[in-house]
Design a protein around this ligand. Structure first.
Ligand code: ZN
Length: 505
């Protein structure tokens, strides 16, 4: 960079700070919409959010942004400023490649499709949603063409959520996962255990207030900073931040008859929040001020939810506390039975309720179907049947209706084609990172047994969190683990944990 570029960089940062503020304001509106807004606010809120989105988009694609990026050229991405310019350029190029008319048509189509999908799911009536997907699919194809890609249109969409990921590499990862997991699932089901009976300790009568207090205690121990966050109730839980690490909120849903949603959901959302709270504060209001990808984000939520929250050391500390919180429901349940209950493996129809072993198969089903839709080898009309065929193929199960089948997820209604693989990437990466953390800090499991997680959090802060979006996901993984994303650690982890739980040879 020469001296003039210093001025250009400051101007570029200023523009992106405004864009980030508009985005953060929009996030506050979204958070309020999901938590406390009365029903009457729906229409007005949609307008307000659309206005802020439009202003942010206009500012991003403005010729002035392009001019500043031209002036700055391509500074060394190894420096913080170079990395900032690189992310800014990526955001700018993605936004300018999509014609504004297409963006508008997509946002209108998905705004209409989401409520239609919710009704269709409630009524298990595909015919109410199918026509909407007929309109969304060609727009997704158009978006892929406009964004551009090397090998396959799917790459263009996937890259929006997981920079650098491609269909070919995701497919290779899925083949490895299938080869490792399918025989495990078969061996477990051949044992003939009653999954319902095994999972029974998590069902019962669990006071909502006590669930909330227990969840708060757990994530406080994890290191969630309440002076920079809060927790509220919603129907579909999420984690959200307002442009920096100093206000990162989580949401939870409670079920008084079932401990799992709030218990593991709270740990999951706190995992996302710890990432955002740990990002270098200097990156706030810049293109570096968020998690680097959806996959890396999910690796953090899954790490706390599964590697920590479904582990023996964690429960050796927390189970006596949980028993004290729910004496009637848990007094007669010994720790081992409780541990087995939270780690039941059972092929199921619903993704969000899936266990660690079968979860990725749900993702593979969706990935294969959305690729086929995008390619045109599968029509929207044939999608429900194709879904059921795949469920039979991978799980040996046939959904009773489309609500527990093709209509269960909002993603396609929301236009999120290419998003699903990030869940599987997160699962795989969570183990690769956790192994690395334990190698560097071998005291982590023992400390977890004392309800102490600072060594783990420190390692994650130092190696993952603080960098925000400075590195692209593949660079980050390479930097932290010395290797690319690997399924080996993940499959070994599953074999060890569930081989022991199910006494597999
Ligand atoms: Zn998540």
């Amino acid at each position: 960079m020469n001296e003039d570029d210093g001025g250009a960089l400051e101007k570029l940062k200023g523009r992106f700070a405004t864009i980030a503020d508009l985005g953060a304001a929009n996030s506050v509106l979204f958070w309020d919409q999901q938590t406390y807004m009365p029903k009457g606010g729906v229409a007005g809120r949609a307008e307000q959010m659309a206005t802020l989105s439009r202003l942010a988009h206009e500012m991003l694609v403005d010729a002035e942004t392009g001019g500043l990026l031209d002036t700055l050229g391509e500074p060394d991405a190894a420096t913080e400023e170079g990395a900032l310019v690189r992310r800014a350029r990526r955001n700018y190029e993605k936004a300018t490649r999509l014609p504004s008319r297409l963006v508008e048509r997509l946002s209108r189509a998905t705004a209409l499709a989401e409520p239609a999908w919710a009704e269709a799911r409630a009524e298990a009536d595909w015919s109410r949603f199918g026509p909407h997907l007929e309109r969304i699919l060609p727009l997704e194809r158009e978006a892929a063409e406009a964004l551009g890609y090397g090998d396959h249109p799917y790459d263009a969409l996937l890259d929006g959520y997981e920079p650098g990921a491609t269909k070919v590499r995701v497919e290779a990862m899925f083949e490895e996962l299938k080869a490792g997991v399918v025989p495990m699932i078969r061996a477990i089901s051949e044992r003939g255990d009653d999954a319902k009976e095994r999972g029974a300790p998590l069902r019962g009568d669990f006071d909502e207030g006590a669930q909330e207090r227990f969840g708060e205690e757990v994530i406080t121990r994890f290191g969630y900073d309440w002076s920079r966050g809060r927790q509220d109730r919603v129907v579909h839980p999420f984690c959200i931040n307002f442009g920096g690490p100093n206000d990162v909120r989580i949401t939870t849903r409670f079920d008084e008859g079932w401990l799992s949603p709030a218990l593991f959901g709270t740990m999951h959302e706190a995992g996302h929040a710890l990432y955002e709270q740990g990002i270098n504060p200097e990156y706030a209001r810049t293109p570096l001020g968020g998690g680097t990808s959806m996959g890396v984000h999910e690796s953090q939520s899954r790490l706390w939810e599964n590697l920590v929250g479904r582990s023996r050391p964690f429960w050796s500390h927390f189970y006596p506390k949980l028993q004290r919180a729910f004496p009637n429901a848990l007094d007669e349940v010994d720790p081992e039975r409780f541990y087995r209950a939270m780690n039941v493996v059972s092929p199921s129809k619903i993704r969000v309720e899936a266990d660690e072993v079968t979860y990725n198969l749900h993702i593979i089903v969706r990935f294969e179907l959305e690729v086929a839709l995008l390619e045109g080898s599968l029509t929207v009309a044939d999608l429900p049947d194709a879904w059921n065929t795949k469920m039979e193929e991978y799980f040996g199960l046939t959904p009773q209706n489309d609500a527990e089948g093709v209509l269960q997820d909002v993603h396609w209604a929301a236009g999120l084609f290419g998003y699903f693989p990030t869940y599987a990437i997160g699962n795989v990466l969570s183990v690769q990172l956790f192994e690395e953390a334990v190698a560097a800090r071998p005291e982590i499991p023992d400390l977890a047994g004392e309800g102490e997680f600072s060594a783990l959090l420190e390692w994650l802060r130092e190696n993952v969190h603080r960098h925000g979006s400075r590195y692209f996901p593949e660079e980050l993984v390479e930097r932290v683990t010395g290797r690319s994303l690997q399924t080996g650690p993940y499959l070994r982890y599953l074999k060890t944990k569930f081989g022991e739980l199910y006494e597999l040879g």
